[in-house]
Design a binder for this molecule. Structure first.
Ligand SMILES: *Cc1c(COP(=O)(O)O)cnc(C)c1O
Length: 426
């Protein structure tokens, strides 16, 4: 059973339980497992995604979290289809649709799993837990939905007024048991600042606060499953993965799967104009910096938090295993059009970055190994971009159609710690 080391190396290794509660290690580092247990020998024979999840995650979770089997069953209860693009130009390219969960992005897998694991850990305390999340998009609704209705847990979600899309806003303010949505009159950075301030506010000492951001190991481990599931469904001997990336959490899940023995030939880190990682892989000396805004906004990350983890896991094998590329907004729109015209497939702008990455990789290397592109969000989450690219609106899935159009249940607050404090103590 793995122990978890901090990438900063200044604290002793901890158990999974502790890493889940801490999120960030006390020395400011990210937790990485000290060993990667191999995939179970019979993983290709699993009868379903749910069965595969139990098999693959057992060595990580057994003896750490009692009842993890039920937690996984409950968290991972939606389909994960692998779609082959049937067209000469896209021959051997597949899309793994990770957007059939309740909030229509791949973040549902990590958020729902982490929520249920944390709830198991807290099942014998009566002390309620408050989860704070600052969000500019997909994370907030996935976390709110993942934790909603779990006993002893409340979620307080902060988003910047007027800076999320219409669909995102509807998802954020949807009424959910145990969830309070706060519309902050400020920017995303203000939201993050308020969350940080709450953790050190003496007036809030009596509350048990936690965050559920993407660096938590509990969100990372289930993301290994995407990669194993793609190979199980496709029956591939060897495979290349193209992952639309921002903070590199999804890709880190893939790297864990490959270290566990999955036959991965290469990973493609497909980024938008936020090109720190592809530039670094290409050997350029670049610095992390501010993000730039793009059409694939869930990937607008200037300083990818999981970069440190990838370095710790792969060392100098990093650029041998990962091929990077950066796709502009115009190229993203062109890729959406190209795949739609050739195959009828409607991709969200994030997925389109991954599709373009797959074609570029093939052109640059001549490698014809089957490619699986991670389809990270449902196109209906980005109707304006889809219309702009294709001239048609995406089909709206039922989960979205059911959400009320109204302002919802959000409370508007000024961007001050006192305002958040008042809500938390109310
Ligand atoms: C969060 C997100 C990404 C980026 O994933 P990382 O794990 O941060 O690299 C890509 N696409 C969508 C739709 C997302 O919500």
């Amino acid at each position: 059973m793995p122990q978890y080391l901090s990438t900063q190396g200044r604290v002793p290794p901890v158990s999974l339980q502790q890493a889940l509660v801490d999120g960030l290690a006390p020395d400011g580092g990210l937790y990485v497992p000290d060993t990667v247990p191999p995939l179970p020998s019979n993983w290709r024979d699993a009868s379903s995604f749910a069965a595969l999840a139990q098999e693959v995650l057992a060595p990580w979770l057994e003896n750490e979290i009692s009842g993890y089997e039920a937690a996984l069953r409950d968290a991972l209860d939606f389909p994960v289809p692998l779609v082959a693009l049937e067209n000469a130009a896209w021959d051997g390219v597949h899309v793994l649709e990770l957007f059939h969960g309740p909030t229509l992005s791949f973040k549902d897998f990590g958020a729902r799993t982490m929520a249920r694991l944390v709830a198991r850990l807290r099942s014998d305390t009566t002390d309620p837990l408050t989860i704070l999340v600052a969000t500019s998009g997909d994370t907030g609704s996935a976390v709110a939905d993942g934790f909603a209705g779990l006993p002893g847990i409340r979620v307080v979600l902060l988003f910047p007024a007027g800076q999320v899309s219409e669909v995102q806003q509807r998802q954020l303010v949807a009424p959910r048991a145990g969830v309070t949505a706060l519309r902050v009159e400020g920017t995303f950075d203000d939201c993050q600042r308020l969350v940080k301030a709450a953790f050190s506010d003496p007036e809030l000492k009596a509350l048990t606060l936690s965050s559920a951001n993407s660096i938590n190991i509990g969100r990372l481990l289930p993301q290994m499953l995407f990669y194993v599931e793609a190979v199980r469904q496709g029956g591939f001997g060897e495979v290349v993965f193209s992952t639309p990336s921002g903070n590199l959490g999804n890709l880190t899940g893939g790297v864990l799967a490959s270290l566990a023995g999955l036959p991965v030939r290469r990973f493609i880190a497909a980024h938008n104009a936020n090109r720190f990682f592809p530039d670094t892989l290409a050997g350029c000396e670049v610095e992390m910096g501010a993000s730039v805004r793009t059409l694939s906004n869930a990937m607008d990350v200037g300083a990818p938090s999981n970069f440190e983890r990838l370095g710790a896991l792969l060392g100098d094998r990093l650029s041998a295993m990962i091929w990077g590329t950066s796709v502009s907004d115009d190229e993203t729109l062109a890729a959406m059009r190209r795949v739609y015209e050739a195959t009828g497939y409607v991709a969200c702008p994030h997925t389109a970055v991954g599709l373009e990455g797959a074609l570029r990789y093939r052109a640059a290397t001549g490698d014809r190994t089957p490619v699986v592109v991670m389809a990270t969000a449902h196109p209906a989450k980005f109707p304006e971009v889809v219309e702009q690219a294709l001239g048609v609106a995406p089909d709206v899935p039922e989960t979205l159609a059911r959400l009320p159009r109204a302002e919802g249940h959000a409370i508007t607050i000024p961007p001050t710690p006192a305002a958040l404090c008042a809500i938390l103590l109310a």
